[in-house]
Write a protein that binds this ligand. Structure first.
Ligand SMILES: [Zn+2]
Length: 500
């Protein structure tokens, strides 16, 4: 029996198959069997289930290394509808790592993973805070432990490093240190020693840079350089999250510098999301007026409180930051022109930075996560449009503004982060980000003529469209543009567990 006569689980017929690694860009039929891509051919194939992909792109499932919604079912659903088959929180990270992974076992619609959360570990060392979700980063804004401003004593630093290493032994994917949230608590030495552990285990660190600014002495580029140097000196890779929000108009200089560093063998990857405003919490260091206004040239009115969708004033800022330091806000950062430059730079990958949606009451989902329930109506779920629209928006820019070739956008959505993670101690990623025989069948099928984001500043949860089929490990999770409820094919992206 020839391979062509085999019966596949799913056959995807007549789509434009795009593989960023090999450069394949041609009309092919794809056979999926046992969760993997079993054949890519011009011959006709038989399958139990057939998807007609004529006129559509058949791409590797999109890989999001920056989702704080990775263990929030509603957020994951919105990500899947945006084509994201793997959703990981590499920036904030998990703590405890095993709790985070255990919570998702058998109930994840997309593949999931997380780094070891350095800031949550600080909170644990400085206080008696606990969590049932492993999403401690999202729960600790109300903590009184001073995790963001307290400088660790030598004994405390020892404990922090001990727990980071424990997280690595529990399968954490790297060390996530969003320095930008703790600029007056985290010394360069503490960061350096934390990342030494990433290097020791052959892994990578991730950073939200120390500075978000155009001007000396707190230039965003310096925060980026701190991160690259600190990781590289210990042999760790470094993923720089949403770099456009830190370096602003220096996006091209920094991207050029990073390309040069890669040529010298430095393992570094820049990431961006395609918006000129971010989402954060009221108490974030970089939004303190002294920082935000002096460094980024914005005022109180450029910060919007999400629960009311009203811009702040000096008075409301001062009142709210005391009352609810963890309140979700939107804030302006770079210009549209700089955002597009960062988006189009070939070696910069995408990451949504999805933050869990909230409703007016700040209610929690069934498992106590800080977000809305899975079935929440869109008009009741508030949050940044990037949560739902990041990937489709980039493909809309490819179509409308011809900012880059389609293949470049496919690579940014999938392959670039895979390659980086493979280089940095996560061999599992070698089977992702590719339309190749033997790769995991994580597949996103979209129409390059219609794919678009629909989420807006006013309604951040409207799902993307033009992505009729999404497959995770060989199982359809989006069919005919609708989410398939009750299927959980997502698998953990995790390092070997050597400590339980
Ligand atoms: Zn961040």
């Amino acid at each position: 029996m020839t391979k062509q006569n085999e019966l596949y689980d799913i056959v995807i017929n007549g789509g434009r198959v795009m593989d960023p690694e090999s450069g394949l860009d041609a009309v092919r039929n794809v056979g999926v069997k046992d969760g993997q891509i079993a054949i890519i051919t011009e011959e006709a194939l038989d399958g139990n289930e057939t998807i007609d992909a004529a006129g559509h792109v058949v791409a590797p499932g999109f890989i999001d290394g920056h989702s704080h919604s990775a263990n929030d079912a509603f957020g994951v659903k919105k990500g899947i509808l945006d084509g994201r088959t793997t959703q990981m929180d590499l920036e904030a990270g998990a703590w405890p790592v095993d709790v985070w992974y255990d919570r998702l076992e058998g109930r994840a619609q997309a593949n999931y993973g997380a780094s070891v959360g350095h800031l949550p570990i600080r909170d644990v060392v400085f206080s008696d805070i606990t969590t049932t979700t492993g999403n401690l980063f999202l729960e600790m804004w109300k903590s009184k432990s001073q995790w963001s401003v307290h400088q660790a004593s030598p004994e405390e630093l020892e404990q922090i490093l001990e727990l980071i290493e424990q997280g690595i032994r529990q399968g954490g994917l790297g060390v996530g240190t969003p320095i930008g949230y703790a600029t007056s608590g985290l010394t360069a030495y503490e960061v350096n020693q934390a990342w030494r552990l990433a290097g020791k285990h052959g892994l990578f660190a991730t950073v939200h840079g120390r500075f978000s600014s155009l001007s000396l002495p707190t230039e965003g580029i310096l925060g980026t350089l701190e991160a690259i140097a600190s990781a590289n000196m210990h042999g760790a890779g470094i993923l720089v999250h949403h770099y456009q929000a830190q370096v602003l108009s220096a996006v091209e200089d920094v991207a050029r510098m990073v390309d040069q560093a890669r040529e010298s063998g430095v393992k570094v990857l820049l990431e961006m999301y395609p918006y000129t405003f971010g989402s954060s919490v009221m108490m974030a260091d970089y939004l303190h007026p002294e920082n935000y206004q002096n460094n980024m040239g914005h005022t109180y009115g450029d910060i919007t409180l999400v629960k009311t969708m009203q811009p702040l004033t000096k008075e409301t800022y001062e009142e709210e930051v005391k009352k609810e330091p963890g309140a979700t806000i939107l804030f302006e950062h770079c210009t549209e022109k700089d955002m597009v430059k960062a988006m189009a730079w070939p070696s910069v990958c995408l990451g949504s930075d999805a933050v869990p949606y909230i409703d007016g009451e700040g209610s929690k989902d069934a498992e106590g996560g800080m977000t809305v329930p899975y079935g929440c109506p869109d008009d009741e779920a508030h949050g940044h449009p990037r949560n739902a629209g990041t990937y489709a928006k980039v493909f809309r820019y490819v179509r409308e503004q011809k900012v880059m070739p389609l293949m470049t956008a496919v690579a940014k959505s999938s392959y670039l982060l895979c390659k980086f993670m493979e280089e940095c101690g996560v061999p599992q990623m070698a089977a992702k980000g590719r339309m190749q025989v033997g790769a995991d069948a994580d597949i996103t099928i979209f129409d390059s003529d219609t794919i678009t984001d629909n989420s807006t500043r006013e309604n951040g949860s409207l799902a993307s469209s033009g992505i009729p089929h999404v497959i995770v490990n060989g199982v359809p999770v989006v069919k005919d543009s609708k989410i398939v409820e009750g299927v959980y094919p997502g698998k953990p992206i995790r390092r070997p567990v050597t400590e339980v």
